[in-house]
Design a protein around this ligand. Structure first.
Ligand code: NAP
Ligand code: ZN
Ligand code: ZN
Length: 360
């Protein structure tokens, strides 16, 4: 049942169940912790669903260094508002809401003011594996409740189901943002490399924006899915003829792969003035030659999720076009098996945890 926050609730922290990795090598296991006592601008959310992003695995295994344990991963969160602080203006109990990759930022730097909170000069406070500005570690969405400032909460359109909408909060915005920034649309040939969580959202968005979409996958195993998701063409990167056929072909390539790949060979697939935008995060540095860039005035760039206004724009776009993620809904006790399947590219196309199973 929904209710407005009472005086006692505003003062007390709430016990919350979740799943955590307690150390770098440990499998995720049940874990209890406290959510902060809500402040006047805070919204308390009952989490209903949380997507499993490949970044959760990188961080739970400390592949980028500096991971904070115990870690409750999860930054593809959807749920329902249970209570609001007395200064909250945007949300009320019962609203369908979401939280993505971060829960705070400095709010005053040039990027925060421009709605690019992901590039906050002070460093955004990420939803997990990060610290609030007072030093408190943040804990993410593999849990039953979360408390966050209303400025970092998104509204989920009514027509979108909360389970399949959850991955929009990272996989969705991470592909929507570069597709918009590099102007994917009619007359543009766009390639998406890697048909995983991020990649399958890229295919849906590029198609909805009117671009001609090609998937470049390791094999042709996912070809039928690629076409169903909106791809016009599908090629295997394991087939050397792909690189001959598609030379100088694309205006835009979005590379979602974190495994080792030859970026120079991929750059040759761009037309003059084409761009390859990297969103996947390989562990090691990638060798890059000037030759393919110079030869055709090509660019290579990177892109990190998206700001709060653009994330809301993306959710509204999904509402208008009926776009959600293709998901495999799992109970939370299956999270470690799900990680293994993600590592084998064996997920169609995002695992989403049904948070209700924390209590079953
Ligand atoms: P994912 O679901 O595991 O998808 C990655 C895809 O890469 C796989 O489905 C597979 O597609 C392809 N792939 C896997 N191994 C490969 C290999 N050895 N060679 C070539 N391709 C391979 O992961 P995700 O959640 O989409 O995340 C992808 C990457 O983006 C991760 O590094 C993640 O940390 C990063 N990320 C970045 C941002 C950002 O803001 N920039 C946000 C979220 C995630 P095929 O089977 O089609 O080849
Ligand atoms: Zn993510
Ligand atoms: Zn800032």
């Amino acid at each position: 049942m929904t209710k407005t926050m009472t005086a006692t609730e505003t003062k007390s922290a709430t016990k919350t169940k979740g799943y955590a990795a307690t150390t770098v090598k440990a499998p995720l296991a049940p874990f209890e912790f406290e959510r902060r006592a809500p402040r006047p601008h805070d919204v308390s959310i009952d989490i209903k669903f949380c997507g499993i992003c490949h970044s959760d695995i990188h961080q739970a295994r400390d592949e980028w260094g500096g991971s904070i344990f115990p870690m409750v991963p999860g930054h593809e969160i959807t749920g329902v508002v249970s209570a609001v602080g007395d200064q909250v203006t945007k949300f009320k109990p019962g609203d369908k809401v979401a939280i993505g990759c971060y829960v705070d930022s400095c709010r005053t730097c040039e990027y925060c003011r421009a709605g690019l909170q992901q590039h906050c000069v002070k460093g955004a406070v990420y939803t997990y594996n990060s610290r609030e500005y007072d030093g408190t570690p943040t804990l993410g969405g593999y849990s039953e409740k979360i408390v966050a400032d209303e400025s970092y909460i998104l509204r989920v359109p009514d027509n979108l189901p909360l389970d399949a909408a959850a991955p929009l909060l990272c996989a969705g915005i991470t592909l929507y943002s570069p597709l918009k920034h590099w102007q994917a649309g009619p007359g543009k040939k766009v390639a998406i490399i890697g048909l995983g969580g991020l990649g399958h959202m890229g295919v849906k968005f590029a198609h909805a924006l009117g671009a001609e979409v090609t998937v470049l996958s390791q094999s042709l195993r996912k070809q039928a899915d690629g076409k169903r998701l909106g791809a016009d063409h599908f090629y295997a990167l394991s087939d050397p003829s792909t690189f001959e056929k598609l030379k100088n072909h694309f205006n835009l390539i979005i590379n979602t792969v974190s495994a080792d790949m030859d970026w120079n060979q991929l750059l040759d697939l761009l037309k003059v003035d084409g761009s390859m935008v990297v969103v996947g995060l390989p562990e090691k540095n990638v060798p890059l030659s000037a030759q393919p860039l110079v030869a055709a005035r090509r660019s290579i760039a990177g892109s990190q999720n998206g700001g709060i206004p653009e994330t809301q724009e993306m959710l509204d776009f999904c509402g208008q076009h009926n776009i959600v993620s293709d998901i495999e809904l799992i109970s939370i006790d299956k999270v470690n098996q799900a990680y293994e399947r993600v590592l084998k590219s064996d997920v169609r196309y995002r695992f989403v945890i049904d948070i209700a199973t924390l209590n079953s």
